[in-house]
Design a protein around this ligand. Sequence first.
Ligand code: ADP
Ligand code: GN1
Ligand code: MG
Length: 361
Amino acid sequence: MEQIAKAVKKFNLCGDVRGFIPYGNGHINDTFKVVCDNGATDREYILQAVNNNVFKEPEKVMENIEKVTKYLRPFVKEDREVLTLVPTLDGKTFYKDENGYFWRMYDFITDSVCIDRVESDEDFYQSAVAFGNFQRMLSDFPAETLHETIPNFHNTPSRYNDFLKALEEDKCGRAAGVKEEIEFIKARKDFYSILIDSNKEGVLPLRVSHNDTKSNNVMLDAKTRRPLCVIDLDTIMPGFSVTDFGDSIRFGANTAAEDEKDLTKVNLDLHLFEIYAKGFLEGCGGQLLDSEIMLLPEGSKMMTIECGMRFLADYLAGDTYFKTHYPEHNLDRCRTQLKLVAEMEKNWDEMKNIVKQYCKN
Ligand code: ADP
Ligand code: GN1
Ligand code: MG
């Protein structure tokens, strides 16, 4: 608590700090809503302690965010449409405390909501438009100026090797209890290099991508439900459009929560898949190649199996990466992802037919 209060005081805020509370459902950073008394109206902010176990070089994360938000600002109509970093009293974008933790502050995006569970087609469509727009607005951004904040973040073959390493080490003696999951992941090993190979073949270009396109990483206007702002820019790096698309499908077109225990509830909602494809491609404004569009199902399956192996690797390693709320949490998350992969495989032809309609030729 003391540490948080101390961090709050380092930023250039409007009004007197009234308090702060833990906020949101992210798996990575520690997030707080800070409320300041500013005369007639309150001023709210988001304070975050960047997870330095996940982000080994937080300065680079902050440099990326500063560059990208500055670049996006001229594209938007109102302040709420792009993240605004609040400077520290000495004009920096972050405060590093004596324990080496990095703290940053954003203006709170007022009168907005983010979707932790997709409950309406329209909201999911709007979040697709938001991520598609984001892709389009950044299409001329000089990608080479961005730092790779987590090396090999969506390099699935590299994630598979990390998984095999965690399995070999089996630090907590958990491998014996998850044989079925291990076999499921191993059985699909030839699939993992498909996107990287497509890139080498020239049919899947490297673009600036968000890399963490869960529906709770986009804010919608609370009243109109129109898209406002893409948030959680920690992993913005060169990457693939199809993995940005796919991560949204993994999270939002699943008929159940990411940590649902009852796997009979986990299915692929093809209608939501279709809606998201429409919104995302409209937002992208015709920029994606036909060959990229045809790889959207692969992007979806790749993000789902990759996330499954990441959750399982973390379970095997003793839950050191993702925030967990109970001992089997990562395992439950892994199981939903693997079930969803199996559902995608069953619906493969339908997924391909849906995206095909959007090809120009
Ligand atoms: P994590 O990396 O842990 O997911 P996020 O940056 O996504 O962290 O923040 C976690 C949650 O905090 C978001 O899902 C959203 O609900 C809320 N949030 C983050 N930034 C803002 C902001 N500027 N305004 C309002 N809410 C925000
Ligand atoms: C993490 O930060 P958050 O909760 O939006 C993770 C994603 C995973 C996701 C799974 C930096 O996202 O890669 O897909 O959890 N972010 C990082 O829910 O590892
Ligand atoms: Mg997030």
